[in-house]
Ligand binder design. Structure first.
Ligand code: GDP
Length: 193
């Protein structure tokens, strides 16, 4: 069990973050919806394998059927390998996540990000939400409080720093994610001893 799995909607900056973390080059801004298979990489700084799952949600030029199929594949992979995961990282776009969540919240629809967050937690996987593109966010505390609220985490966000990690992957500002993950990985190592 040395796998850290990364999920997120398309265009949230997951490839940028993974490039920052692993040193591998990733197809950033590439054709969305093309990568269907999970990809595995070494996380050089730690002794982990990083798994990149395909981006999900709306992708321009990708049909609804195919988007659903991608999401089903992701869910199937997570269910099958949940026991192997040390942690999961759900990457969201800090600038747009709350608006997208609110737009998709109806009586019979749960937004992807919220659904994925609860699904991972139900699987028993320690989950960190990497709130990316914080360089574009002016009202930082308010945004993060709103996001916590939508995820069912009682604000203020500062109480959830092991779950909510504001980052700017493009500038290599990912300390909060490293910290949050360290908490989870450290806690589990202790369990094993
Ligand atoms: P992916 O589809 O989730 O893998 O997203 P990419 O890594 O391809 O990034 C999508 C776009 O967001 C690209 O134009 C990136 O340069 C940009 N991006 C990624 N991280 C950041 C960030 O921290 N801040 C800003 N402003 N843009 C970012």
């Amino acid at each position: 069990a040395h796998e850290v799995v990364f999920v997120g909607r398309s265009n949230v900056g997951k490839s940028t973050l993974l490039r920052e973390i692993t040193g591998h080059s990733f197809d950033t801004g590439g054709k969305p919806g093309v990568t269907r298979e999970p990809n595995h990489y070494d996380w050089s700084a730690h002794d982990f394998v990083v798994t990149d799952l395909p981006g999900f949600g709306f992708m321009s030029g990708v049909e609804a059927d195919r988007r659903e199929a991608i999401k089903d594949d992701i869910v199937a992979y997570l269910e099958e390998y949940a026991d192997n995961f040390l942690a999961a990282v759900l990457v969201v776009d800090g600038k747009s996540a709350v608006d997208i969540i609110d737009r998709h919240t109806t009586e019979d629809e749960i937004p992807y990000d919220v659904e994925m967050f609860h699904f991972l937690r139900e699987l028993g996987v320690p989950t960190v939400v990497a709130v990316n593109k914080m360089d574009k966010v002016d009202d930082r505390d308010e945004r993060l409080d709103d996001l916590c609220d939508r995820l069912g985490l009682y604000p203020p966000w500062q109480q959830w720093q092991d779950v909510v990690a504001p980052i700017t992957a493009k500038q290599g500002r990912i300390e909060a994610l490293n910290e949050a993950l360290r908490d989870h990985l450290h806690a589990q190592n202790h369990d094993e001893l």
